[in-house]
Design a binder for this molecule. Sequence first.
Ligand code: CU
Length: 532
Amino acid sequence: MARRGITDTAHTFVAPLAPGHFPREGETGRRMIRSLTFHRRHEGDNPWAHPVEGLIAHVDLTAGEVTRLEDEGDVPVPMDDWHYEPTGPARTTLKPLEITQPEGPSFTVDGTFVRWENWSLRVGFNAQEGLVLNQITFRDGDEDRPVVHRASVPEMVVPYGDTAATRYWISYFDAGEYSLGKNANSLKLGCDCLGEITYFDAVVADDHGEPMPIPHAVCMHEEDYGILWKHTEPGEPSQVRRSRRLVLSYFATVGNYDYGFFWYFYLDGSIQMEAKATGIVFAGAAEPGTENPHAPEIAPGIIGPVHQHIFCARLDMSVDGPENSVEEENLVPIPTGPRNPYGNAFTYERVPLSRESEAVRDADSESGRRWYVTSADRRNAVGRPTAYQLTPMAGPRLMARPGSSAGDRAEFARHHLWVTAYDPAERFPAGDFPNQHAGDGIGRWVQADRPLTDTDVVLWHTFGPTHIPRPEDWPVMPVDYSGFWLKPHGFLDANPALDLPDWSARGHGGHSGHCGTDGGDGTGESADDCCH
Ligand code: CU
């Protein structure tokens, strides 16, 4: 540190980092971490802005000793001020935007049981997975029809694509090694969640097995979501219905990064899962102006190594009961000719994924690929099995090569979809204990090649951003969004939201002045102004 020009180390921060798996002499069988050093010039300084490049301490946690120290030579430690807390006055141009629900929210809560519009579910939480949603049903007539038995995001991995000794070994499993739920934030009204909020408290086990309460770990509220459906017929008043969604969310902070896990339930029967990645880019240091194919310079002397944030959702489906099958749908172009005489025609093809070996699949935006979970016995109005579809957001899969440490350890991230026959022992796609393991989990399970027809299926869906850091991600990163949708597709016999209220006829209590002043007499005449 002195050679690097740092003599005051009173506030230095040594980050305790999961070591990956590199069976070196002196590490095998020991409980290791690797430590990178971040300088703080004074108490309260942002350590992530002052990475000490090339100084790596390998630590045996049980013995409490440094087993090896690597010193990769001298790169200046960046010393610029980078604060993300305000250092000057905040802008004054944004006027208040208040969200009020004078009659309260539309949901009811009984313990962990939630009912909102057609939806019902049970809220769960644990140390490793964080938020878990159980027994999700959608009401159709007077029947609560099952959709998903259990939904969670039980793993995510953050592998780095850098060759430097400082970082080539990094592939954190933020759930399996750091415990997403254990790192959940206590959420604050008005900051994390706006409006009429209901919180759920969590209790998890801490590192010593003691109960650790996390007040306000999960936030639940309703959000306006623009327009759900609309049509205007010439000469007729517009018919418009507002979309609204129920939001269940939590945020976990794992070292420099912060992750939000948001589940959205819509009035049309759709479920959306959105992961929000924010926080501080894990930075290194370089001589200003150095070209590096693995680590763009994002601020003078500060590099942001390329990496991926790969989440894996576990969806224990139950579409009209536990006995389900899975199909893949692709768009199919047709060569111009006898089957396509005008060149305009195309079709689609659905193929069953009948065994686990057939159900290791990747997204394909060109073919609009989607996966269907169908009921074994229930049929819809047009005689087809009732179904929900998984709509993926096609993105890069794991970049680490098969046979590499991260490539084997994060095998689940090599494909966008895996489907398994339900086994209560299979809950974490990289295995129960990924810390320092050589690889485990889903790739092994599917070697059993269990049949997937009319059985209890579990979908494992991989998604997430691949991050080439940019200057705008510094010193704190605007949220990067990723996720997927589960949508009813022939689960219902028609749009389930035809009976939504026409707010235009209701007026807005006269105080907004934008939406007519008929005061809710239902004539809709002046409300017409509001609908254009
Ligand atoms: Cu990132």
